[in-house]
Write a protein that binds this ligand. Structure first.
Ligand SMILES: [Ca+2]
Ligand SMILES: [Ca+2]
Length: 153
């Protein structure tokens, strides 16, 4: 994988990825780490391993999932991740699918959520001024593949 590789240590590390246009591999090691992903290009494959501890993975909080166009693969080797998927910046109705540990919004890249302990999800908020922004659809296809004990949606 060409691109950026970063490894950090046992402290509480925080990454805010505003725009990834090359592939990245980020490993944050032990400690309660936070990785916040705002925007990725289609040619960028983003691999994040938040390591030991109960970590926080945030996707889409800045601009919504429309700007997440490159695949995101996440895990927490030896730990777990609390995952926030936030598409509130999107005003049109969307279809979201959770299939095992793969989350995807139509028109956005898949987000792989290995070692997710909890998933908190916000769909688009809609816009009363835009026609056709009625409801969102969330399809949960299969949670049995997920390697976690409980899930919150
Ligand atoms: Ca760390
Ligand atoms: Ca960690």
């Amino acid at each position: 994988m060409a691109g950026v590789a970063m490894t950090t240590g046992s402290g509480m590390d925080s990454f805010h990825i505003l725009y990834a246009d090359v592939s990245m591999r980020i490993e944050t090691g032990a400690g309660v780490d936070t990785v916040n992903i705002a925007s990725t290009s289609a040619s960028a494959y983003l691999y994040v391993d938040l390591g030991e501890g109960r970590n926080y993975l945030i996707v889409g909080q800045d601009y919504g999932l429309s700007y997440v166009q490159g695949t995101v693969e996440s895990r927490a080797e030896g730990g777990s991740n609390i995952v926030y998927i936030d598409d509130r910046a999107t005003s049109l109705a969307s279809t979201y699918t959770l299939n095992g540990d793969i989350f995807q919004r139509d028109g956005s890249a898949p987000i792989f959520l290995a070692d997710a302990d909890t998933i908190l999800f916000w769909a688009g908020q809609g816009n009363g001024n835009v026609l056709g922004s009625a409801g969102n659809t969330l399809d949960v296809l299969d949670l049995r593949q997920a390697g976690s004990e409980s899930r919150s949606l």
